[in-house]
Design a protein around this ligand. Structure first.
Ligand code: PEP
Ligand code: MG
Length: 546
């Protein structure tokens, strides 16, 4: 049994057998040339057959759509055209078998993409088959989340948003990653799904005989065992009593609203009592899309998310693609430093038509759903950018435009930015990463991304002050808002709404109702005067206790 410690990012304790998420495979090299190309070519068919056989076996155990998908993928793996093309690449060009299947499958995927529509959607399946056959040729586990046959604790280096988006909370007991920080998307999605998670667990992948694990998402402790560990799912947190009205004890309103990325999230947030949506991450609907979805497709997808909030406020964020959330259909190329590159609203400066189509779809979904829709842009740096965005939103017939404050320059220009838009919302996840020059995905830098960092709180205070002076709303929609102890401090710093994963809504609502606004202002002042996150927590706590 080995004990490791990381950063607990999603609450709860769970245990069970371990399932490893294999790392992505590197692109197979074109050298060295095989000494016997005929024998090398003959390795391809048995590998493809083995992949197909495993997929058929899985298909036999499930029903409905899942069965059809697995059978189609299995058939693809055995496609005679794919296999003979790969064999020819080996014999004619002396390529190693993994490289040959890589090139042949990519040729097929390109042709499918060029055909467009339904065919283009299959390109990703061909790539999946490609990676499975390459893994089989190398004798290693195929990349990505394995098909789980029993409830398991997932161990991974890190998880891509697309991997975590379709995790089955019924089968995933807990998530443990070697990388990642408290605001990485692994953490955000784990909280949304209510699965305990610990990130930045150094050395967890080095435990070669990990069979079972016990995970504590509160303390960040992980026990890895070489033997089976009994399955125990996390207990659902005891329901917190909250009257559903976002306000301090003396009745100062602070809206308690939710962050969502899908219709399922929106329904869960409505059930949890969220007063609206403060951040709809539209890019989460398109992580797997190979082509830009049509306006009609987008409109239908957005309507599904908005419908549970008919008559209530909903803030839809326009596409926030790039860096940790690449979108295949944007074809953004390779940047040396993507977090500082063309991401968020910056994509729209060169391609405003893309933004206009999204705004048209949002306007349509607003009309269809009856939600009170506002629109905001991610990654805005200057007041001029904010004004440019607001003009396009209004031209699309949408009544309210806002921007996120997640770049330090935007926080420092809050008065000018607020003059150009109707509201702002502080994205503390990115704001922290840019203020501290600390990648939010890097486990080793998790402490710098702690939302209680006094330097971050000081910037939030500046934005809150600008909002008060201009009489415009200032929301917080980063993960900071989901911490019930920090919620009152954020209100004291001037936040007029707090938006968080649906699961955190009742606890935050209840925490706000515990003290009057004057007490939260004092707690905020006390936290601002400290110099470490630990001191800030302590100072706020004792201010509220006095
Ligand atoms: C943020 O950066 O705080 C935020 C809410 O946006 P995202 O986490 O989607 O980058
Ligand atoms: Mg952000």
């Amino acid at each position: 049994m080995s004990r490791l410690t990381g950063v607990g990012v999603s609450s709860g304790r769970a245990s069970g057998p371990v399932a490893r998420v294999a790392d992505p495979l590197p692109e197979p090299p074109a050298t060295p040339a095989p000494t016997d190309p005929t024998a090398e070519a003959e390795r391809i068919r048995p590998a493809a057959d083995a992949v197909a056989e495993r997929l058929f076996q899985r298909a036999a155990r499930v029903e409905g759509d899942a069965k059809a998908v697995l059978e189609t993928t299995a058939a693809m793996a055995m496609d005679p055209a794919l296999i003979s093309q790969a064999e020819q690449q080996v014999t004619a060009r002396s390529l190693p078998a993994p490289r040959a299947i890589f090139e042949a499958a990519n040729g097929f995927a390109d042709a499918l993409r060029a055909a467009g529509g339904y065919m283009a959607e299959r390109a990703r399946d061909v790539q999946d088959v490609r990676d499975r056959i390459i893994a089989e040729l190398h004798g290693v586990t195929p990349p990505g989340v394995p098909e789980l046959e029993r409830p398991s604790v997932l161990l991974a280096r890190d998880l891509a948003p697309a991997d975590t988006a379709d995790l089955d909370p019924g089968l995933v007991l807990a998530l443990v990653t070697e990388e990642g920080g408290p605001t990485s998307h692994t953490a955000i999605l784990a909280r949304a799904l209510g699965i305990p998670a610990v990130v930045a667990v150094r050395g967890v992948l080095e435990a070669p005989d990990a069979v079972g694990a016990v995970v504590d998402g509160d303390s960040g402790e992980v026990e890895i065992s070489g033997e089976e560990v009994a399955v125990q799912a996390a207990e659902r947190a005891a329901a917190v009593e909250w009257n559903g009205i976002g306000a301090t004890a003396d009745g100062e309103p602070v809206k308690v609203i939710a962050n969502v990325g899908s219709a399922a999230d929106a329904r869960a947030a409505a059930d949890a009592g969220a007063q609206g949506i403060g951040l709809f991450r539209t890019e989460f609907c398109y992580l797997a899309a190979d082509d830009e979805p049509s306006v009609e497709t987008q409109r239908a997808a957005y309507r599904e998310v908005l419908e549970p909030f008919a008559g209530k406020p909903v803030v839809v964020r326009t596409l926030d693609a790039g860096a940790d959330k690449p979108l295949a259909f944007l074809d953004m190329g390779v940047e040396p430093n993507p977090a500082l590159g063309v991401r968020g609203l910056r994509v729209a400066f060169d391609r405003p038509d893309l933004l206009d189509r999204q705004l048209a779809a949002i306007a349509g979904a607003a009309a269809d759903s009856g939600a009170e829709v506002s629109v905001m842009a991610p990654m805005v740096a200057t007041a001029a950018e904010a004004a440019w965005f607001a003009e396009r939103v209004r031209a699309a017939g949408l009544p309210r435009a806002g921007v996120m404050i997640e770049i330090p320059a935007a926080a420092l220009s809050a008065p000018e930015i607020l003059a150009a838009v109707d509201f702002v919302s502080i994205g503390t996840n990115d704001l922290a990463q840019y203020v501290f020059a600390a990648d939010r995905m890097a486990g080793a830098l998790a402490e710098l991304n702690d939302p209680w960092q006094p330097a971050l709180l000081r910037l939030i205070a500046q934005v809150g002050e600008a909002g008060r002076e201009l009489g415009k709303p200032v929301g917080v929609c980063g993960e900071a808002a989901s911490d019930p102890q920090l919620a009152g401090v954020l209100a004291g710093l001037g936040a007029t709404s707090l938006s968080m994963a649906g699961a955190a809504v009742p606890a935050v609502g209840a925490a706000l109702a515990e003290h009057p606004m004057a007490a939260f202002r004092q707690a905020a002042e006390a936290a601002l005067a400290t110099s470490t996150p630990a001191e800030a927590r302590k100072a706020a706590k004792s201010a509220l206790a006095s």
